[in-house]
Design a protein around this ligand. Structure first.
Ligand code: ASP
Length: 295
């Protein structure tokens, strides 16, 4: 349903006049405690295109810098009656904690290495539009799985939608019990990519690494960086995905990243706005209905 609703917004976003008044009078607060380009911009655009008032709270200028706790910040914002809070936080679970303290809808825009649900939704939409389905597709998620919230959300969503998910990466960057996620696990890129429909690359999340996980960038690129040689193991028309920001020459070769006959990286960004419009629309309206029924 969410993906179907997003499709409507893809069409709207391609028109000259992209503005609706579906969320007129609603207030959305973007609360980002971690840096972001794609996610914060697309949530802002999504809210504005639906006619909502959107406030971007930069943590650099907020009272958090003066020692206020996350909960106090949440309570303060809650008192201003927002309809939706969009939250990104470096700690896993922070968004859930915050959502228990406020009475508006809360969207997780990425919490630590835990989850990034709207990224998985936009990835699913991108794949479904290109290949017409998710059921039965072989999808390889490659690189730093251990620290990636994108991987975790995608494993959940894509396996639920019937895709066969494979995780590919060095042992040090794979979660300990990865095989329990209902996926296949590989440490060799060519083996993991064999016959895949989708190759999804991930950035090394160095900001979350405590210690050394790879011998060197050069060696990592040699064994795990996506180049045409490794891509050759996947299906001839396999699509390349990356949530961004990508590090060329680390997890992906520049030429491969720019091969727009295979790479759908730009499309993922486009789908991000549509998916976030659908999420805001559904949540703002459903929350309102729940309030009216006094749930
Ligand atoms: N933009 C994605 C995230 O916020 C992926 C990344 O940062 O590597 O998790």
């Amino acid at each position: 349903m969410l993906l179907d609703k997003s499709e409507e917004y893809v069409e709207l976003n391609r028109r000259a006049d992209k503005k609706l008044d579906a969320l007129r009078g609603r207030t959305i607060i973007n609360l980002f405690f971690e840096s972001s380009t794609r996610t914060s911009t697309s949530f802002e655009l999504a809210g504005k295109r639906l006619g909502a008032d959107v406030i971007n709270m930069s943590v650099a200028t907020s009272a958090i810098k003066k020692g206020e706790t996350l909960i106090d910040t949440a309570m303060t914002l809650n008192a201003m009656h927002p309809d939706v809070l969009v939250v990104r936080h470096p700690e896993s679970g922070a968004t859930k904690l915050l959502s228990e303290k406020v009475n508006c809808a809360v969207i997780n825009a990425g919490d630590g290495s835990h989850e990034h649900p709207t990224q998985a939704l936009l990835d699913a939409l991108t794949i479904r539009r290109r290949l017409g389905r998710l059921q039965g597709l072989k999808i390889a998620i490659c690189g730093d799985i251990l620290h990636s919230r994108v991987a975790r959300s995608n494993i959940l969503l894509l396996t639920t939608m019937g895709a066969q998910v494979r995780l590919v990466g060095p042992k040090t960057l794979l979660p300990r019990h990865a095989d329990r996620y209902g996926v296949e696990v590989f440490t060799d890129m060519k083996e993991g990519l064999e016959d895949c429909d989708i190759v999804m690359m991930l950035r090394l999340q160095t900001e979350r690494m405590k210690g050394n996980f790879i011998p060197s960038i050069r060696e990592y690129f040699l064994f795990y960086g996506l180049d045409y040689d490794k891509l050759g193991a996947a299906k001839e028309d396999a699509l390349i995905m990356h949530p961004g920001p990508s590090n060329r020459g680390v997890e992906i070769d520049s030429e491969v990243a720019d091969d727009f006959s295979r790479s759908v990286i730009r499309e993922q960004v486009e789908m991000g706005v549509a998916v976030r419009m659908a999420c805001l629309d559904i949540l703002a309206t459903q929350h309102e209905n729940a309030e009216a029924r006094n749930i």
